[in-house]
Write a protein that binds this ligand. Sequence first.
Ligand code: FPP
Length: 243
Amino acid sequence: MTKEMLENISLPRHIGIIMDGNGRWAKQRGLPRSEGHKAGAKTFRAICDYGAELGIECLTFYAFSTENWKRPADEVAAIMNLFRDYLTEAEEREEENAVKGMRIRYIGDRTALPADIVDMIDKLEENSADKKTITINLAVNYGGRDEILHAVRAVAQKVQAGELKAQDITLNDIDGNLYTAGLPDPDLIIRPSGEYRLSNFLIWQAAYSELWFSDILWPDFTADDLDKAIIDYGKRNRRFGGV
Ligand code: FPP
């Protein structure tokens, strides 16, 4: 996107991206599915950098859902290894990321993740907590319903402890206990690969999100495609239930 275009457009503050189509991308090339995820991880890095360049405040990537454990064990292991590679690299490139002002956050249920990955996430979250240009949220072992359940349990505990009355529970109580607490709701959600559903991604936060779909498979998704999605978003008339 040119500087001029950028000046004339209202940028989404938060974009959610469902990284779909890696398997089909690999199949088209006669490669194992893991190669598709590897190519997808490359696209993820490129889009993180481009998002920071554009001035997007927050990008949330759906990398692994609470339902993805059903996949063959070797595919799950390959995705976890890509995640490890990224976390190791992010640690090594801490200075570079600091210059970019990149904050990295994890969203999801970390209790089921391998311990070494949890350690790396904790470290990365801590070390990047003060960065303010862009927040990259990695959704791994993430499910929207699971997230809401987790938030409801936290609120119920307060009620049980006598700290809050049931009739006084507000939307903010739920919101504040989601994994995304403190972040703006996604303005735009992008799903490539020709599927037209949210698949349990940010289902609470997506109440008023603009949705953008495309047939491109995630490994083929480029900065130009992000531009297209943002330009389309800029033409939408967001009313949030008003007129
Ligand atoms: C969906 O495509 C993709 C996934 C379940 C995994 C996405 C993971 C990555 C891109 C790598 C994660 C790494 C980092 C560093 C975040 P699919 O396999 O369902 O594709 P298909 O529908 O074509 O089979």
